[in-house]
Design a protein around this ligand. Structure first.
Ligand code: ADP
Length: 409
């Protein structure tokens, strides 16, 4: 028995937990060294004092009530579950404590044994941990939003880069197109020099010989001969003009400076002008017969129309023999102008049909008829500028008909 008492004493003396025993009136009856240390008191200083000295004064009154209630229904339990419990040290500073209560009764009355742990440090650590955790959370959130921002920026930059690359590709294409056009124009110019030196030779030769022969035919009786040579000179000049006109037109088309300028005009009136122009190049016995149907007052570009018709009709004249008529039928409806230019000339051989609209292309049977191979290419472009279409049917040795359809709006 003695030994057990010694063991209990040692437990009380050396326990790291604070242990205090108070009676039913709240008077401290036993306080172990750990409890004294927790509350900053020295040996036995607390014995006989009210338990409330260990509480901040704001809790004192409530504690007395709690204590009385507890004494009536005592049971072992922890104190203040779910909230912080404060204790007051001798020097007035407050500490956070964890307390569990164990009631017991002896022959001297009812007592409460309280086990006390100072958790101030632990709470501070917990709170520091919580703060650290919170700031970690904030940092991680900030990082994540920074990351999102960065991703967005990378996406934006990637888009910008893609756009820049696209623009670069486009401008490269533009430069290539301009270069190709430049090369084409250069080819056209050198082709012009070749064609001019070749095609100009014949009409210039004719002009020279006819002009010198004219000098010889002074007598009135030589009138017919004079007319023949003057006609030759005229026709040669026409040839030269045609070649020059073809080159000028193609150059303008290449440079994209040909604009459609629609206006209301009378097609009949226009054809009269064309007939006059064509007289100088038509051969003996070739007449130009026009047929119209519908209202010939139309809204189109008269200049483009005239150029296209002159080109097609002069081809019909050039590639037809003497005494063969050229018929031009014009049919105007609400939606379009349909034109047929019919000749009874040399026709276009089957193997050339696919190519006659190509630049500088001349059919095998064109013989020594002067030309550049540009006319049909120009006509096609003029007609397309007016949203129209051109086609033809031709029979070798029989004749050719060109069909032109231009929509009217
Ligand atoms: P060109 O200056 O040679 O007349 P075009 O481009 O006007 O050039 O015509 C191309 C070729 O198509 C001509 O060289 C000719 O062989 C053929 N051609 C054009 N129109 C006719 C036609 N009415 N009859 C026969 N051949 C034609």
């Amino acid at each position: 028995m003695q030994r057990e008492i010694e063991m209990l004493d040692a437990l009380f003396e050396y326990a790291t937990e604070g242990i205090i025993v108070s009676d039913s009136k709240g008077v401290l009856r036993m306080v172990n060294p750990s409890a004294e240390r927790i509350f900053g008191y020295s040996n036995d200083e607390l014995n006989g004092k009210s338990i409330e000295v260990l509480l901040p004064s704001r809790y004192k009154d409530k504690h007395v009530v709690h204590r009385d209630n507890y004494i009536e229904k005592p049971s072992p339990r922890s104190m203040g579950i779910g909230r912080d419990l404060y204790g007051k040290r001798k020097d007035g500073t407050e500490i956070l404590v964890e307390i569990s209560l164990s009631p017991f009764t002896t022959k001297d009355g009812s007592f409460i044994m309280s086990f006390i742990v100072d958790i101030t440090e632990r709470k501070r650590n917990e709170s520091e941990l919580r703060i650290a955790h919170e700031s970690l959370k904030q940092t991680s959130e900030a990082l994540s939003s920074l990351n999102t921002e960065l991703e967005e920026k990378v996406r934006e930059r990637t888009d910008e880069l893609a756009e820049a690359i696209q623009k670069l590709a486009e401008s490269k294409q533009e430069v290539m197109r301009a270069l190709e056009k430049e090369i084409e124009l250069n080819e056209l110019k050198s082709r012009f020099i070749t064609t001019a030196s070749h095609e100009f030779r014949t009409p210039l030769g004719t002009i020279l010989s006819s002009a010198s022969l004219l000098l010889r035919y002074e007598l009135p009786a030589d009138k017919d001969k004079r007319k023949k040579h003057i006609d030759r000179i005229k026709s040669s000049v026409n040839n030269l003009t045609e070649i020059l006109n073809d080159f000028l037109s193609i150059e303008k088309l290449e440079e994209g400076i040909v604009r459609v300028k629609p206006q209301i005009f009378d097609l009949k009136q226009l054809t009269k002008e064309i007939t006059e122009d064509m007289q100088t190049i038509s051969k003996n016995g070739q007449t130009l017969a026009w047929k119209f149907s519908g209202n010939t007052e139309i809204l189109l570009d008269p200049q483009l129309m005239k150029n296209a018709l002159i080109n097609l009709i002069s081809n019909a004249i050039k590639y037809s023999p003497e005494n063969k008529n050229i018929d031009v039928n014009i049919e105007v409806s609400k939606s379009k102008v349909a034109i047929e230019i019919i000749d009874q000339g040399i026709g276009i051989p089957s193997e050339d049909k696919l190519h006659v609209f190509e630049r500088f292309y001349r059919a095998k049977n064109c013989g020594n008829v002067q030309g550049t191979g540009l006319g049909l290419n120009i006509v096609k472009k003029y007609i397309e500028l007016m949203n129209g279409k051109i086609s033809f049917k031709s029979e070798f040795g029989i004749g050719t008909t060109f069909f032109v359809d231009i929509p009217l709006s």
